[in-house]
Design a protein around this ligand. Structure first.
Ligand SMILES: Cc1cc2nc3c(=O)[nH]c(=O)nc-3n(C[C@H](O)[C@H](O)[C@H](O)COP(=O)(O)O)c2cc1C
Length: 208
């Protein structure tokens, strides 16, 4: 089984990457493969409603050669689940992440239908819950079961790598991976426990 992880930050090794890497590491403990695909730092087009992806029937976006959209669609033909991660920009997911998500689901929806999905958002201080909900919404209308964690799938940090100091945030990522692994095993009829693995909660409050 394999989970595709989308790093929707223009910073390749930023906090979104660090959070996704924590998920990947935890998934591997459950013998589940993963791959982190970076959105890049070049222009990403939004959907222009041209309808070409529907008329040619090959699940490809016309802008797909310029960014990772078509790569995501074809990789999802082989993957069993997807997690999209994005930094919070102005209280919403970074626009590159949103553009890829909207186009990949519109053009390649059939490769996503029914597969578990999760959103992950990273921010300095605020707006993460709104951004998280925004990224969850498209999955909810593609028959994709949403995977949560012990908290919303959120972690905090500003400069690259700072999210490593968010002890609870990284635990939230590992719990998300545990829940994803458990769900995939249930769906694919692989022998597993009755409930997902749980760590002892490591809370980390803003006021300390
Ligand atoms: C244009 C822009 C807007 C941002 N808006 C917010 C925001 O609304 N709330 C917040 O807490 N952090 C905001 N940030 C900070 C980023 O969310 C934060 O640095 C995050 O860790 C970046 O993730 P990355 O390292 O994966 O790129 C913003 C950063 C940028 C560049």
């Amino acid at each position: 089984m394999k989970v595709l992880l989308i790093n929707g930050s223009p910073r390749k090794s930023g906090n979104t990457y660090t959070a996704l890497a924590e998920i990947a590491k935890q998934l591997s403990k459950h013998d589940i493969k993963s791959e982190i695909l970076w959105v890049g730092n070049k222009a990403v087009r939004g959907c222009i409603a041209c309808g070409q992806c529907k008329s040619n029937g090959d699940k490809r976006c016309v802008f797909g050669d310029y960014d990772i959209c078509n790569e995501v669609i074809s990789k999802m033909g082989e993957c069993d689940a997807i997690i999209i991660g994005a930094p919070v920009y102005w209280g919403q997911p970074a626009s590159q992440a949103l553009a890829i998500q909207q186009r990949m689901l519109y053009a390649g929806g059939g490769n996503f239908q029914g597969k578990p999905a999760a959103a992950v958002c990273i921010c300095r201080r605020g707006g993460a819950t709104a951004a998280f909900q925004t990224l969850q919404m498209p999955f909810q209308m593609c028959n994709m079961p949403l995977i949560g964690s012990q908290y919303w799938n959120i972690a905090y940090g500003r400069e690259e790598g700072e999210v490593s100091k968010d002890i609870e945030g990284l635990q939230t990522m590992r719990t998300l991976a545990n829940n994803m692994a458990w769900m995939l095993k249930k769906i694919h009829d692989v022998n597993t426990t009755d409930t997902p693995e749980r760590e002892t909660w490591t809370p980390m409050h803003f006021i300390r």
